[in-house]
Design a protein around this ligand. Structure first.
Ligand code: R5P
Length: 294
């Protein structure tokens, strides 16, 4: 199998090493009017190529690049049966919350089917069943238990900051045989403001891991963290698959007093990480999935 890699360098190296994938060489440039150009330079005829694409930052241009790459590979008679998108941008808009909105995840990823892609491998996409919207098999890898093990921390309780995301807490809690629960989060769909309601949880002196898919502003994790400290938790970890960190969100999380943020290399970093943030390499976990035939 070959790999056309548009993912974070650490993940790309890890995938080459763990899966023994050879890298497809390509040339990319921007035309003066802003359109993208891609040319595949490797010999790929009759080979199976995994196209791995990071969808952050520059989500929109990454989507265009993905489809140009698949079309170019197929034009050279390569097979593209698997696409790997570690961070699935646009996945939070998985329904029409307000009249007149698009189902963005469908609009962005449904074209994969037109290219005859059989399987989309993703890491912790927002809603756990997007296959029906995308129209092809979507393999959703949940990395929280793996990341907690790699971080070598000990947790007594797992918390989801949102009832809709309880599947994450449940799956991680099962791996460690600990209790789990959720908070009630409400997002104002017009202003974007979030409220997380306090709840009586049995976490006094416990080491708690809040598990979630994405950090954007850091507001959700900061609010959940505050509730846990108010209830007497000892250590509060956040285990978040895709930390889209900015200087601002780092400040918000730092003020909340998180013991540690454990995240992954699903996205390319835009800033240097402070020492209380640990980035876990997902290549082995992803490789196990890629080895399975679609
Ligand atoms: C939303 O439902 C997601 O699961 C995350 O909880 C959310 O994107 C986090 O965003 P923020 O860091 O801005 O609170």
């Amino acid at each position: 199998m070959l790999l056309l890699s548009g993912v974070a360098e650490s993940l790309s190296h890890g995938l080459q090493k763990s899966c023994g994938l050879e890298i497809v060489s390509s040339h990319h440039k921007l035309f003066p009017d802003g359109e993208q150009y891609i040319r595949i330079l490797s010999e790929v005829r009759d080979r199976d190529v995994v196209v791995a694409q990071s969808m952050y930052p520059n989500q929109d241009s990454k989507a265009v690049e993905l489809y140009l790459a698949i079309e170019a590979l197929q034009g050279l008679q390569a097979t593209v049966s698997t696409v790997l998108i570690p961070y699935m941008a646009y996945a939070r808009q998985d329904k029409r919350f307000l009249k007149g909105e698009p189902i963005s995840v469908k609009a962005i990823y449904a074209p994969l089917r037109l290219f005859n892609v059989k399987r989309l491998v993703v890491v912790d996409t927002h809603s756990h069943d997007v296959s029906a919207l995308v129209g092809i098999e979507v393999v959703n890898i949940l990395p929280h238990a793996y990341a907690i093990k790699k971080a070598g921390i000990s947790v007594d309780f797992i918390l989801s900051p949102d009832r809709g995301a309880l599947h994450r807490a449940e799956s991680a809690a099962k791996a460690f045989g600990v209790s789990f629960d959720y908070l009630d989060k409400f997002r104002d769909r017009v202003t974007g403001e979030i409220k997380v309601s306090p709840k009586d949880l049995d976490v006094r002196n416990a080491n708690v891991a809040i598990v979630d898919d994405i950090i954007s502003t850091g507001g959700t994790i900061a609010k959940a963290c505050q509730i846990l400290y108010d209830l007497g938790a000892n250590k509060v970890y956040a285990v978040v698959s895709h930390a889209l960190l900015s200087e601002k969100s780092i400040e918000v999380l730092s003020k909340a007093g998180l013991t540690k943020l454990i995240t992954t290399n699903s996205v390319k970093r835009q800033i240097n990480l402070p020492e209380w943030v640990l980035e876990v390499d997902l290549s082995e976990l992803i490789c196990n999935e890629l080895r399975r035939a679609p």
